[in-house]
Design a protein around this ligand. Structure first.
Ligand SMILES: CC(C)(COP(=O)(O)OP(=O)(O)OC[C@H]1O[C@@H](n2cnc3c(N)ncnc32)[C@H](O)[C@@H]1OP(=O)(O)O)[C@@H](O)C(=O)NCCC(=O)NCCS
Length: 377
């Protein structure tokens, strides 16, 4: 029996390992989507334009954007059985788990599900982009005994989501802040959930299967789940007067502070700096401003004691809290943006596919022979 010789270098967590090629984004020299710096995109483009950029490779013209927005807006509805499913799920189901189930259920109703051509995958990606916010908002309202709100076709991705969730027209400031957060969440090279999606589709499984898996990977607090944990950190710190003592004690207890640190960015995450301004702006009333002050104290101590800086989840958790959004919605909101990056990677993986199948170092028992059950004592 012969096997391919494994490489002898092993990097726990695959740190620093190059596991593929991509033209979707780079984290070298600041984060860029298809060549554009994220700061530039936040200033000069909307999330809807960025979604088009990630999926199609170029920023849209006015006509292309209009057609794209119309296609997505038309797809903002769920098959009735998927909506009915929400009322059958236990009360304790989390919104992220419900979203994962919803995407899995939606696969059964998508005529293109088994077609892995780029054209079909773009159609499916646009539909999921439209359907995921509807699933989050419909489940949110149904689980609280409220009627779902019909999507509005003329609204942007960000504005329509807030409208469907709350049932009232959102403010311009809320829409802009959410839109910027969605741009920043849209794509991030070979992060855990994107890599999961690529692994799944490398077996020639379909886009829906890859997105279900990606949502599963996003859930953990070391990845997307961190934005929900950020408010736990702030609440546990007790506020501006106790924050410094609390963070020092937490570090002494060797606690991991959610919203800080990053596998790749060791000197800070450019996205966190961009979104911080929006979190501060959204926290205009005195009760909310106290959380900003608390956050500043924790940031200062994390930098001086651990040389560790905030990642995007740190301001995002605070921004969404200041917008009075319920904490369990934060990771699903990350997913309703990252669907664009995930889909772009799935299409790219399939365009030049090779099964992703690494090796491991065996640490188990030496070779041994099976004793028949009667001889095992
Ligand atoms: C993102 C993250 C998983 C990347 O970590 P990594 O590069 O794999 O680093 P490790 O988990 O190996 O940690 C290395 C050391 O830094 C410490 N560390 C890492 N992140 C930390 C944090 N947020 N707070 C306190 N200590 C932290 C670890 O405890 C470990 O210390 P040790 O060497 O004394 O055991 C990590 O920084 C983390 O858990 N952050 C909090 C969760 C989070 O915000 N996730 C969102 C990421 S965008």
């Amino acid at each position: 029996m012969s096997t391919t010789a494994p490489s002898t270098t092993y990097s726990p967590g695959l740190e620093g390992v190059v596991a593929g090629e991509t033209a979707v984004s780079t984290v070298e020299d600041g984060l860029r989507y298809r060549g554009y710096a994220v700061g530039d995109l936040c200033e000069h483009a909307s999330f809807d334009e960025v979604a088009f950029l990630l999926l199609y490779g170029e920023l849209p013209t006015t006509t292309e954007l209009e057609a794209f927005r119309q296609r997505v807006a038309m797809a903002r509805r769920l098959p009735e059985p998927v909506r009915q499913l929400f009322s059958t799920l236990p009360k304790w189901s989390t919104p992220l788990d419900v979203l994962r189930t919803a995407v899995s259920a939606l696969a059964h109703f998508d005529q293109d599900v088994a077609d892995n051509s780029p054209e079909a995958n773009l159609r499916k990606a646009e539909r999921l982009l439209a359907q995921m916010p509807v699933a989050i908002a419909d489940h949110y309202r149904i689980s609280r005994g409220m009627q779902p709100v019909l999507a509005r076709q003329e609204l942007s991705h960000a504005a329509n989501f807030l409208y469907m969730l709350r049932g009232v027209e959102p403010s311009v400031a809320d829409v802009k802040a959410l839109d910027v957060s969605l741009i920043l969440y849209a794509e991030h090279e070979f992060n855990a959930s994107t890599f999961t999606a690529r692994v799944i589709v490398s077996t020639q499984a379909d886009l829906h299967a890859a997105i279900v898996g990606a949502i599963g990977a996003l859930k953990g607090p070391l990845h997307g789940g961190a934005n929900e944990k950020v408010m736990d950190v702030l609440l546990a710190s007790g506020g501006p007067s106790t924050a410094e003592a609390w963070i020092r004690a937490a570090l002494a207890r060797k606690e991991r502070i959610m919203g800080f640190g990053h596998r790749v960015y060791k000197a800070g995450d450019v996205r966190a700096g961009i979104l911080k301004a929006y979190a501060k702006q959204a926290a205009s009333d005195p009760g909310l401003l106290a959380w900003e002050e608390t956050a500043d104290t924790i940031e200062r101590v994390m930098a001086s004691e651990k040389n560790m800086h905030p990642n995007l989840d740190w301001p995002a958790g605070r921004l969404y809290h200041a917008m009075q959004l319920d904490i369990p919605l934060y990771t699903p909101m990350f997913a309703m943006s990252r669907i664009t990056g995930w889909a772009a990677h799935v299409i790219e993986q399939l365009a030049n596919n090779r099964l992703i199948r690494p090796r491991s170092i065996y640490k188990g028992q030496a070779a041994r022979v099976v004793k028949p059950i009667g001889e095992r004592g």
